[in-house]
Design a protein around this ligand. Structure first.
Ligand SMILES: *[C@@H]1O[C@H](CO)[C@@H](O)[C@H](O)[C@H]1NC(C)=O
Length: 114
């Protein structure tokens, strides 16, 4: 995949949310947007842009795996905190990701905490 539009990433995450909570309402005013981050397939946060992950409040404290293997990421907006992990289960080697600073790493899972 060369380019994942932001809308596709948002739709993907919305689908995950819908499976977790049966009430699928696209315009949930009670579920505010809390955090955005962009991932890349290689180090440096420039090449192999994989698109934006958009997280809402209902997705906090849930462990997710990245859609594609990542090499770096940048948090663009963080009302909440993003933590990334080496394993698929949000257990090993947690790293709290700062905002607007490229982080190189091949993490496998992530979790937002608010
Ligand atoms: C991330 O990787 C890029 C490309 O290898 C490098 O230029 C940059 O300094 C690295 N950033 C950090 C914080 O290590």
């Amino acid at each position: 995949m060369l380019y994942l539009p932001a809308l596709a990433a948002a739709a993907l995450i919305a689908t995950q949310t819908a499976s977790a909570a049966p009430i699928a309402d696209v315009c949930r005013v009670d579920d505010p947007h809390e955090l955005d981050f962009r991932t890349f397939g290689v180090e440096g946060c420039l090449e192999e842009n994989q698109g934006v992950y958009t997280l809402e409040r209902s997705q906090s404290n849930v462990c997710y795996t990245f859609v594609d293997p990542i090499g770096s990421l940048t948090v663009a907006d963080n009302l909440c905190t993003l933590t990334v992990y080496d394993d698929d289960a949000c257990a090993e080697a947690p790293i709290v990701v700062p905002t607007d600073i490229c982080q190189n790493g091949t993490w496998a899972s992530y979790k937002m905490t608010c």
